[in-house]
Ligand binder design. Structure first.
Ligand code: ADP
Ligand code: GLC
Length: 484
């Protein structure tokens, strides 16, 4: 089979910069596609955290201080590079301090759209400077969703790029990159505006993700169920009809798990390892977790874990209703690691005060603690309002940490509700987005925990699941090949 030439764009990639699952998936794609011997190159912004942690990045000759105009401002960008860990694939970092030297990866600044328009244009210009002619540009989320339109306009007669195809993967339709119509000059010249959604434009907005959906050669999302939900239900968040217009070009591919990083047999963040045949290490992790967090619950009592961005998407509103009563009524511990909305962090802070010794809340981004929570908890809670794929429920299965999830998106595609009658199933799945449903689910899983034979069966089922990338990557390879 011939070698494919691919260019992947992502606003975050592990191990360099991460706020959520997009970074895990982008990193896994680069490594696994490269392992298939394809020529894959990744582009991502150079954030201050990357500059600090990776001082040895090499400047790319011929791609230094390249002028690039966005609207009325002349920016300059440079490319720095290194090989992606464990592969030959180059990663190119777009260095533009005027736009990327900000405290976080994402901002609420008025020029947020410019940051990622520059990133997208710099990738295209960078390919030209490198003499790299990808067959497929793989765009991810709104941050690079203008690229398909640029290929059809600004680069339509470029000798290197004119024949390239584009794939847009939607990781989260809740973030669409909407900018005011006044930003049209930033987006490009009149030839570009002419192809924007004129209805939206007239109403005062430009929607980056919608633009990508309309102009990409193919669109994918990160689970089959979410692919259906965003076309057929309000979970499309206003883009249902844009997706339906391209329905034969839209597919759902479930994310995989990087078991090099997320496997209790050899997880580098754990002191005690374990496997389905010998779970003693899991108990040691539970003891370490409770000791680290100052919890006073006995190891025989069930411990529920959560690692999450604190946003409306993640279903915390349901927990605000359900958890206080449940903690009154039943004897279990809860550990939460999360960062985001103050409404939700305030809730968990007050819960930790009220149930001191039984509830712990840690804020900030803490990779080692995320692994310890996966390993040391008995139950993992993901009551998401919507979930394009979700990774933590799949990590949890591997660690014998039984997921409690809502029946939506990738959660529905990766967790089967347990039936004590047949002994089949891997977790607890509830349907309705309301407090009684999540209350029912938590009560149910706590009842299962109380019966050792049932719990052992559930853990065996969960740990036998395989969501490795080796399988999922073939679906992407087929998609790339179809496009190329
Ligand atoms: P999303 O991308 O919507 O946040 P996913 O389940 O796909 O949801 O991926 C979340 C990823 O981010 C997981 O790898 C999870 O462990 C990690 N994560 C989320 N919040 C934190 C945090 N506060 N500290 C460390 N890791 C976190
Ligand atoms: C998004 C989604 C999450 C998904 C991740 C990686 O952040 O919220 O469900 O797993 O992207 O695709």
């Amino acid at each position: 089979m011939s070698v494919l030439k691919l260019c992947l764009l992502s606003s975050e990639i592990v191990p360099y910069a991460k706020t959520g699952g997009l970074a895990d998936v982008a990193g896994a794609l680069v490594r696994n596609v490269s392992a298939l011997r394809h020529d894959v190159r990744a582009f991502t912004p150079l954030y201050p955290i990357v500059r600090r942690n990776y001082p040895d990045l090499q400047p790319v000759l011929g791609a230094q201080r390249v002028p690039l105009r966005i609207g009325d401002t002349e920016y300059g960008f440079s490319l720095l590079t290194c090989a992606y860990p464990g592969s030959d694939a180059p990663v190119y970092f777009v260095d533009c301090p005027a736009l990327f030297d900000r405290p976080g990866l994402y901002t609420n600044d008025p020029d947020e759209h410019r940051r990622f328009l520059l990133f997208t244009r710099a990738t295209l210009e960078g390919c030209r400077r490198l003499g790299f002619s990808p067959q497929v540009f793989h765009c991810n989320d709104w941050h690079s969703a203008f690229l398909p339109l640029y290929l059809r306009t600004l680069y339509a007669s470029d000798s290197l790029l004119a024949r390239a195809k584009s794939l847009l993967t939607i990781h989260n339709i809740g973030y669409q990159g909407v900018m005011p119509s006044a930003a049209a000059a930033d987006v490009g010249p009149a030839s570009v505006w002419a192809l924007l959604d004129q209805g939206d434009f007239g109403r005062g907005g430009i929607n980056a993700l919608k633009t990508g959906i309309r102009h990409a050669h193919r669109v994918s999302t990160v689970s089959p169920t979410y692919a259906r939900e965003i076309r057929e239900t309000p979970l499309g968040m206003g883009l249902e009809s844009a997706l339906r217009e391209r329905t034969d070009r839209v597919t759902g591919i479930l994310n995989g798990v990087d078991y090099q990083a997320w496997d209790p047999r050899h997880d580098p963040h754990l002191d005690a390892h374990f496997n389905p045949e010998d779970l003693r290490g899991k108990l040691i992790n539970k003891e370490m977790l409770t000791a680290t967090l100052g919890l006073k619950i006995a190891t025989s009592r069930p411990l529920i874990g959560m690692v999450t961005r604190l946003t409306e998407q993640k279903g915390i509103d349901l927990l605000m209703d359900a958890l206080p009563d449940l903690l009154q009524a039943r004897d279990f511990g809860l550990v939460v690691l999360g960062s985001g909305d103050s409404k939700y962090s305030g809730f968990f802070e007050s819960l930790a005060q009220r149930f001191a010794g039984r509830v712990s809340y840690r804020t900030g981004f803490d990779e080692p603690l995320a692994h310890l929570i996966e390993a040391g908890s008995d139950i993992f809670l993901m009551p998401s309002r919507y979930e394009p794929c979700g990774l933590n429920q799949m990590y949890s299965l591997r660690y014998g940490t039984i997921p409690v999830v809502r029946n939506t998106g990738g959660l529905a595609d990766s967790v089967q509700h347990f039936d004590p009658g047949t002994g089949r199933g891997t977790g607890c799945v509830f349907n309705d987005y309301d407090a009684p449903a999540v209350r029912w689910a938590i009560n149910t899983v706590l009842d299962w925990f109380a019966i050792p034979s049932i719990w052992a069966q559930l853990q065996r089922n969960a740990m036998a699941q395989d969501f490795s990338w080796t399988r999922q990557i073939q679906e992407y390879e087929a998609l790339y090949r179809g496009l190329a």
